[in-house]
Design a binder for this molecule. Structure first.
Ligand code: AMX
Length: 433
């Protein structure tokens, strides 16, 4: 058993009595009420999911295993010559809550390298799809195609006990994490780089190898590491995390579950917003003949979007009530590497001009930018100008969080998810009382 797996086993065994005790002794304790508004309104704020992997405070933003983004970046072992940590070390941190040593991290790098080979049939499947298929459809399809390799399914059919199910889930999750960068880079180069491919470099870490397979030099490896870590997890209620968890709750394996979560990420109100942000921003610059707008022109463009009933992409959030720290982390990167880049200047202008307008408009509960408002500009700067691909990058990162979560779902024996629905007539009756 690998060091990470045995640490995880120990953590799981320590944790289980807490869940058992809560259920057995305190299962009737109330943690919230439910309103008609919440039942119709997307279950906003309903506390009915449990995860210890990340927590989203509305005012502070995300904490991974109790650490803020800057604390996480500072604590994890760094890749030599890089400003950012190994994604593999972050995977250890998400799974166990412990910061790994450099040696432990390198062991995971090796484990990922050993599992990284993507079966050839996956590329065959991708190649039979029409080339103009959306890259998110390709990404999800590739993940689903690999379902035949699921260790979980094989063990399930052998008759594995409920408390042991996390082990094959962990195996599938780790294999998926090791393969996803190759699949993403393959889709990218097949669709947008004339179907020319760069073989994986078995000596590199996940972020370095991804940049190399994309064909983009340093510091794009750091962009990849930063991007995957920032997009990994945002507690459990967002569409991609919740979908993955929901599907896994039926004892569907990691391939079925992640593919479903990726489909949710492909929605324009969720992960696809980063594509929409750049489309909106580029359209504005195109309309102005490639120039930066004046403040007045920018205000007019924002009002035009709002008055036509559309949302300003990259702004607002279902939980956050301040600027997303993931936005700020990427902004810090931009200030270091591309401070004078016109598109970044425009994104910064929108950061100043948009929140007061959204406040005046009076609908959005959060007028501040989310993660998606900043990420496209970095990709564009490094030559990844095909913005329909951006959500695939989000998906590789999001896989870290949701796969760690479903491994713990199995470890703690969470049951099949099955909320209760009611009819409109019932709501009307209760409203009348
Ligand atoms: N521009 C204009 N209107 C907005 C808005 C924005 N950026 N954000 C919210 N609103 C509107 C909503 O559409 C809603 O209008 P309605 O009452 O007519 O339906 C009203 O404000 C109240 O919405 P809310 O409670 O503030 O937000 P929500 O929880 O319903 O939705 C979100 C959250 C993110 C979907 C929404 O803010 C939005 O559509 N933002 C733009 C798209 C975006 O950036 N998505 C990415 C989110 C992060 C991610 O998952 N990647």
């Amino acid at each position: 058993m690998s060091k990470l797996k045995s640490t995880l086993k120990q953590k799981i065994e320590e944790h289980r009595p807490r869940t058992t005790r809560l259920l057995k002794e305190h299962g009737d304790v109330k943690i919230g009420d439910l309103t008609i508004g919440q039942a119709i309104g997307g279950a906003r704020g309903v506390k009915c999911l449990v995860t210890d992997i990340s927590y989203l405070d509305p005012m502070e933003g995300i904490r991974f295993r109790g650490k803020t983004i800057p604390e996480t970046f500072a604590a994890l072992p760094k890749v030599p010559g890089s400003d950012y940590p190994y994604v593999e070390g972050f995977w250890h941190f998400l799974l166990t809550g412990d910061i790994p040593t450099k040696e432990e991290t390198l062991e995971i790098v090796k484990d990922f390298q050993a599992r990284a080979e993507v079966p050839h049939y996956v590329f065959d499947v991708l190649r039979t799809l029409p080339r103009d298929t959306h890259p998110m459809t390709m990404f999800s399809t590739a993940i689903l195609a690999m379902q035949r390799d699921s260790v979980f399914v094989k063990e399930y059919h052998k008759g594995i006990g409920k408390m042991d199910m996390w082990e094959p889930m962990y195996e599938d999750a780790t294999t998926l994490m090791a393969r996803l960068p190759r699949i993403a880079a393959y889709i990218y180069r097949m669709k947008y780089r004339g179907d020319t491919h760069i073989a994986p470099d078995p000596a590199l870490d996940l972020g370095g190898n991804f940049a190399s397979m994309m064909g983009i030099p340093h510091p794009y490896d750091d962009v990849a590491r930063m991007y995957f870590i920032l997009h990994s997890d945002h507690e459990s209620g967002n569409v991609s995390a919740h979908t993955t968890h929901l599907v896994a709750s039926a004892l569907s394996d990691a391939f079925y579950s992640l593919s479903a979560g990726i489909n949710g990420l492909a929605g324009p109100l969720h992960g696809l917003a980063n594509e929409e942000v750049l489309r909106w921003t580029q359209n504005l610059m195109d309309r102005l003949g490639g120039k930066l707008p004046t403040e007045e022109e920018l205000k007019a463009a924002l009002w035009e979007t709002l008055n036509s009933g559309q949302v300003v992409p990259g702004y607002g959030h279902a939980v956050l009530r301040k600027t997303d720290p993931r936005y700020m982390a990427q902004r810090e990167f931009c200030l270091k590497h591309l401070a004078d880049y016109p598109l970044f200047k425009l994104v910064s202008m929108i950061f100043e001009v948009c929140p007061p307008i959204l406040k005046e408009h009076g609908k959005a509960k959060n007028p501040w930018p989310n993660v998606d408002a900043q990420s496209g500009v970095i990709q564009w700067y490094y030559g990844v100008t095909e913005y329909e691909f951006y959500t695939v990058l989000f998906g590789v990162g999001r896989a870290l969080g949701v796969l760690a979560n479903i491994t713990w779902d199995r470890a703690l024996g969470y049951p099949i998810e099955r909320p209760k629905s009611v009819t409109t007539a019932m709501l009307e009756e209760w409203a009348g009382k």
